[in-house]
Design a protein around this ligand. Sequence first.
Ligand code: MTE
Ligand code: MO
Length: 207
Amino acid sequence: MGRSESHGTGKASLPPGQRLQRGWPVTHYGPVPKFRPQRWEFRVFGATADGDEHCWSHEEFSALPYETVTGDFHCVTKFSMIGAEWGGVRARTVVALAPPAAEATHVMVWAEYGFSSNLRLADFTDGQVVFATHRGGELLTAEHGFPVRLVVPHLYAWKGPKWVRGIEYMTADRRGFWEERGYHNIGDPWREQRYSYQEEPGDGPEP
Ligand SMILES: Nc1nc2c(c(=O)[nH]1)N[C@H]1C(S)=C(S)[C@@H](COP(=O)(O)O)O[C@H]1N2
Ligand SMILES: [Mo]
């Protein structure tokens, strides 16, 4: 049994092709940004319900409701972390406070240096999706995305940008950073959606 034991969800504990990793490796493209609290803001823009942009300073963002969720973490390079506890602001909370227009279908999550990742609105508002500030009760380190990184447990981990600075509601799908560079537009690890060549009609934006 062991790893292939099911959790009662009917799912094996690890998605196909993944292996458990001890510790928590650091994986990203480019340098680790320096956090400047005075200049930091979290922007919600694009197709918002009221047409306005919403902006939170670091102090304001830190005062949003803090919740913890348990969520796995699957990197497309095949390491997985199981059952991590993440603390922060649920994506649902952000959506409730700064809602999208009725026409919005997707979200682009924006991070420092123009890094981005696109998500379907339904994936973004999944209950386990969190703008994490903590893991296991401890503040994130700079390498892991301090002050805020997104965690999307049901998709591959590149769908969770580190050093997030805001979200853009979109009325059509558009590829983010890794999605433009050969990675799957949806990125469901249970369906092993690793690369863009595996996409089926409807998985990605119109070419
Ligand atoms: N800003 C930014 N966020 C990013 C990435 C990146 O290149 N830049 N890489 C992603 C990938 S591929 C993975 S697996 C996870 C790794 O997070 P970790 O370094 O905290 O393990 O971050 C994701 N978030
Ligand atoms: Mo990754």
